[in-house]
Ligand binder design. Structure first.
Ligand code: B3K
Ligand code: ZN
Length: 884
């Protein structure tokens, strides 16, 4: 495997301008023929004019190559390597333009990598991004080659595979001999090969339609295996909402007459934005009351939106090379986050997104896989579909919006499409469009694309008469250059006594290593003047106050009570909780007055009208988020400290929480099930209350009582959200026979009620794998032998093995048993599906953040993995990075 560098980008010597293909599908063998119209690229700086086609010899077997009827000869006309077919320019009949035809055979039934053309249960499907197309045919498999797929002909058995789909519009379909049939598709929009798709199967579907603002009637169809057709409605609603939203927000309309989505059971990631034919992991499209949690519904909406928005940001304008991935991914995540916020609540969505960023991206940036949102090099590009490229990439786009304002951002987007529609662009092109449309200087802003690491921003403030001074400093320890970023700091000042805004919220442009800003207060403060910094989480940084601990605490209480910014109000509470958890962990003297005050206020304040906001305000920060604040991570200590603080809160507010739980239970009893921000908020708040009710336990009696409460919650539940909440609590029960019986009853009931539903069973596995029981690894090992468990389905594998690695206290057991378990699983997985294996290995690579004992054991597993015979380049790249 070779390392590829961004700096080495060169245009190819030839372009493929148009393509026609045929797929002849038989059990155990598919024949793929391709005709490529090749034209010389005059702009290429390559010395050689040879036509270089990518092709993965482990998946395609070349049967023949011809140019316009002349059969080419290996060695003379072309060279074949395990990864390329090179057509010598000496064999071109006319170097300006000619048609090349290839025939290959492939066996989708044997494709366990789920990249290229493969079989998922009874259906065939493709996954081409990033480099799967070369596992289907020989082709310039690079995103800057945009070609028109004028004809894609699919032939298969009609009875077994009545549905034959590809990108674009259906041109014709007809019966063939021997019980076979054929469909021909054409896609009028030029596209790179990674957006190609074919789906073949016996599928059910739901249909709908959408009329765009300019009057185009689009036929919408979502396909799945027949037994799941009843779970597609929410996705369809979300799709129509996405289409409307993109018209309203960005003036972007859909451009084909058909929009198809297919749900597939075996899928490496969430979904794929193939032109006119999205392919989805079932987990991100199927949803109903009985089988999906509110989180699942939110994800379906978000991912349906995400893939739809890619039609413009990704497909109409694509990436010049894979280093530019964040051009489409960061931008599209920003768009799907904005969409979700507009559909529900912007504050709630923001809190959820930032929690996600802190839990995953901050960790990535603090480990050996740290990279800028636009990486400089890669071995396996699939390893760079990361939290950094996606989530931090979205934060970078959000900063343009913050710096330029909504209208300015829109102007930049319009110019971006005006300049680049129908082509393959770069991150610099995007930044230039934003700058030019607004006459703005975004030169320094480019450092967000070149420097890795999470910056730390420190602040202090002072007041002199009515002049308020804010001092900022920035430092990025992990960026070798440590050049200052252009950081938009949304800022305001609040009177601690009255809650009045003394400085209205606005954006500061923080561009130096240290910088001071002064403001005249609008009136003389009655209490102290408290700065509210980085409102809305206006930049992806760690924010640290340099005030004394006492001032910090009182400032946080002011912000928690009065901040006009929903995010910072929530954040202030989280900081108070965080300080308390670390004080508990370090055995410092505990003064919980502030925490109690913030918690009580969140529990009772009539000013909070959104139940989700109240729920998130009551929840303690996650263990993964907290771990990022530690120099050396103590996973077990952290878990215990967090649990201890939770218990203290549960005890202190026993009555208030019980009342809240009872009130909500009564209010919701008999109410019709709905999926909207309000209904989700109620369930979220009630389940948060349940969690505290059940946390309040020491004696056996209390343990049994809380298990009874959860047990009742489970059996009274009218939806998956409430069942999962109850079962998660019960899954932690251990050591008290009566409570264990309740736990086992619910687990069994849940399993039986699932009736084999794959997504429901995944939850059953996950809940057991994330239990806080001391013997959880033994349970997990046993579950790997369960008849429903398989490593070959990525969702199932993640639901048990992946979920266990997220169970920090258990995974990081001091004896190294968790590491050993995962090492064995990765060994099996790597041979089967390198993309999934190399993801999984991520749980070991942060070993330098742990104590020596753990670090040594994690490293030992990594060394073992490195020694695996035939280790995939994907896994090897990550392991090498970790060990270097
Ligand atoms: N673009 C795809 C991701 C493809 C991942 C390839 N390893 C999904 C998305 O971001 O929309
Ligand atoms: Zn995407």
């Amino acid at each position: 495997p070779t390392e590829i560098f961004r700096a080495d980008y060169l245009q190819p010597a030839n372009w493929v301008k148009s393509v026609s293909m045929s797929f002849d599908i038989y059990d155990g063998k598919t024949i793929v023929k391709s005709n490529l119209v090749v034209v010389a690229n005059e702009q290429s700086k390559h010395d050689s004019r040879d036509l270089v086609l990518d092709g993965d010899g482990s998946s395609v077997v070349l049967k023949g190559v011809e140019i316009e009827g002349r059969e080419l000869k290996e060695g003379i006309d072309y060279t074949l390597t395990p990864s390329q077919l090179i057509i010598h320019s000496t064999s071109f009949p006319n170097p300006q333009s000619f048609t090349l035809s290839t025939t290959v055979e492939t066996v989708p039934e044997d494709n366990t990598q789920l990249s290229g053309f493969y079989k998922s249960g009874p259906m065939y499907c493709t996954q081409c991004e990033a480099e799967g197309f070369r596992r289907i045919t020989y082709y310039p498999d690079r995103p800057d080659n945009m070609a028109t797929f004028t004809e894609v002909k699919i032939t298969a058995d009609e009875e077994k595979y009545p549905i034959l789909l590809s990108n674009g519009n259906l041109v014709s379909s007809e019966k063939k001999e021997g019980g076979r049939h054929e469909a021909v598709w054409e896609d009028p929009f030029p596209k790179p090969s990674y957006l190609f798709a074919v789906v073949v199967g016996d599928l059910g579907s739901i249909q709908d339609s959408y009329v765009t603002t300019s009057g185009r009637k689009v036929k919408l169809e979502i396909f799945s295996e027949k037994e799941n057709v009843g779970k597609l409605d929410y996705a369809m609603e979300s799709l129509k909402n996405s289409m409307k939203w993109d018209e309203d927000k960005f003036g972007l309309e859909y451009d084909l007459d058909i929009y198809n989505v297919v749900a597939v059971n075996d899928f490496n990631m969430g979904a794929m934005e193939n032109k006119g034919l999205n392919v989805f992991n079932t987990a991100y499209v199927l949803a109903d009351q009985k089988t999906a949690t509110d989180g699942d519904f939110e994800r379906v909406e978000g991912v349906i939106g995400h893939e739809y928005f890619h039609n413009w940001t990704g497909n109409r304008v694509t990436c010049r090379d894979w280093f530019q991935l964040t051009l489409k991914e960061g931008l599209t995540v920003f768009r799907d986050q904005s969409f979700s916020g507009d559909m529900g609540s912007n504050d709630v969505t923001r809190i959820e997104n930032v929690k996600g960023l802190r839990g995953r991206q901050f960790a990535e940036d603090a480990g050996p896989m740290s990279h800028p949102i636009r990486p400089e090099s890669y071995v396996a590009i699939d390893n760079f579909y990361t939290a950094t490229v996606y989530s931090k990439g979205a934060e970078v786009i959000r900063m343009y919006d913050t710096i330029l304002g909504k209208a300015g951002f829109r102007k930049g987007m319009d110019l971006y499409f005006e300049r680049h529609d129908g082509s393959a662009a770069t991150c610099d092109d995007f930044r230039s469009a934003m700058a030019d449309a607004n006459n703005a200087d975004l030169d320094q802003f480019s450092r967000w694309y070149t420097q890795k690491g999470t910056p730390t921003v420190k602040y202090s403030s002072s007041l002199d008469a009515d002049t308020f001074t804010l001092n900022l400093s920035q430092h990025t320890a992990t960026a070798p250059e440590n050049q200052p970023f252009h950081i938009p700091v949304e800022f305001g000042v609040i009177d601690s006594e009255t809650g009045e805004q003394l400085v209205e919220s606005h954006v500061l442009h923080f561009k130096e290593k240290t910088q001071s800003f002064t403001f005249k207060l609008s009136s003389t403060p009655k209490g102290s003047a408290v700065p509210s910094v980085m409102r809305g989480f206006s930049a992806p940084v760690k924010l640290v106050s340099e005030a004394s601990p006492a001032t910090q605490k009182s400032d946080l209480l002011t912000l928690a009570a009065y901040d006009t910014d929903g995010f910072n109000r929530w954040e202030a509470g989280q900081k108070l909780y965080t300080d308390a958890i670390f004080a508990e962990l370090h055995g410092d003297e505990l003064n919980l007055d502030g925490v109690y005050q913030a918690f009580e206020q969140t529990l009772t304040s009539s000013k909070i009208s959104d139940d989700s906001i109240r729920a998130y305000g009551l929840m303690l920060p996650s263990e993964s988020g907290l771990a990022e604040e530690m120099e050396t991570i103590d996973p077990i200590g952290l878990h215990q400290a967090r649990t201890a603080i939770k218990k203290k809160l549960a005890r202190k507010f026993e009555t208030g929480i019980a009342e809240l739980y009872a009130r909500l239970t009564q209010e919701m009893a008999g109410a019709e099930f709905e999926v909207n921000a309000k209904a989700i908020g109620k369930r979220r708040l009630r389940n948060t209350a349940l969690d505290y009710v059940c946390a309040n336990k020491d004696s056996d009696e209390e343990i049994v009582a809380s298990a009874r409460t959860a047990h009742k919650h489970y059996f009274d539940a009218n939806c998956m959200t409430d069942q999962v909440a109850a079962m998660s609590i019960l899954s932690n029960v251990h050591g008290v026979t009566e409570a264990e019986a309740l736990r086992d009853e619910v687990l069994e009931k849940f399993y039986n009620a699932a009736e084999g539903d794959a997504l429901v069973l995944n939850k059953w596995f996950t809940i057991q794998a994330t239990s806080s029981k001391p013997d959880v690894l033994a349970d997990v090992v046993k579950l790997t032998t369960h008849p429903e468990f398989t490593m070959s389905n990525p969702n199932r594998c993640r639901s048990l093995v992946g979920a266990f690695t997220a169970n920090s206290a258990a995974f990081h057991a001091e004896d190294g048993s968790g590491y050993k378990f995962i090492g064995e699983k990765i060994t099996v997985l790597d041979a089967m599906n390198p993309q999934i294996a190399s993801r999984m290995v991520g749980c070991l690579i942060g070993f330098r953040r742990y104590d020596e004992g753990r670090a040594e054991k994690m490293k030992a597993e990594l060394n073992k993995i490195r020694d695996i015979d035939g280790l995939s380049p994907d896994t090897k790249e990550i392991v090498d990075k970790a060990l270097s």
